[in-house]
Design a protein around this ligand. Structure first.
Ligand SMILES: [Zn+2]
Ligand SMILES: [Zn+2]
Ligand SMILES: [Zn+2]
Length: 168
């Protein structure tokens, strides 16, 4: 799958592991928000960009520090939390509850549940979409009579860069 060009293109590759240039994903987010009548303000956009650049779950305070450096002025935590709330409401960002940190969704243009693999050694996170997991969770929820509002699945371990192939 080619992910080049200046116009943000929705990704149509079902096996994509999210190897998109951050700038392309941010541009796509801008157009997704615009299509829904929402505005990706500078701050919201900067927060999203920082999350893309980070490549790993990032906490609010690391974001605040990076923003203060970028703007050369203090940035209040509530401002950043509001931006994160907005980005989550647009499904552009997910919160990794176990780490109290945030990651951008690789394919916000596709309806899906986010399944994150997080490396405990290097901290990198990889997002997958696996309809099988979604199916199993939906069946389990039905068995329990549970109404599911939000599904974010987190798997922790060691990534293939940190564990040599065959050692697992
Ligand atoms: Zn893709
Ligand atoms: Zn996602
Ligand atoms: Zn790793």
């Amino acid at each position: 799958m080619e992910h080049s060009g200046t116009e943000p293109q929705p990704c149509t590759d079902p096996n994509c592991r999210g190897q998109h240039p951050p700038a392309e994903r941010v541009a796509l987010a801008v157009s997704l928000c615009a299509a829904r009548g929402n505005k990706l303000t500078t701050l919201r956009r900067d927060v999203l960009e920082l999350l893309w650049e980070s490549g790993r779950p990032t906490g609010a305070y690391a974001l605040i520090e990076a923003l203060e450096l970028k703007y050369s002025r203090p940035v209040g935590p509530p401002t950043v939390y509001r931006a994160l709330e907005f980005l989550m409401s647009q499904r552009l960002v997910s919160k990794i509850e176990s780490r109290n940190a945030y990651v951008p969704c690789v394919h916000p243009e596709r309806q899906h549940d986010c399944l994150f693999f997080i490396c405990n050694i290097c901290g990198a996170s990889t997002e997958l979409e696996d309809p099988r997991v979604v199916q199993v969770l939906a069946e389990d929820a039905a068995t329990l009579g549970y109404r599911v509002d939000r599904r974010v699945v987190e798997v922790e371990g060691a990534c293939s860069n940190c564990v040599p192939t065959g050692a697992v």
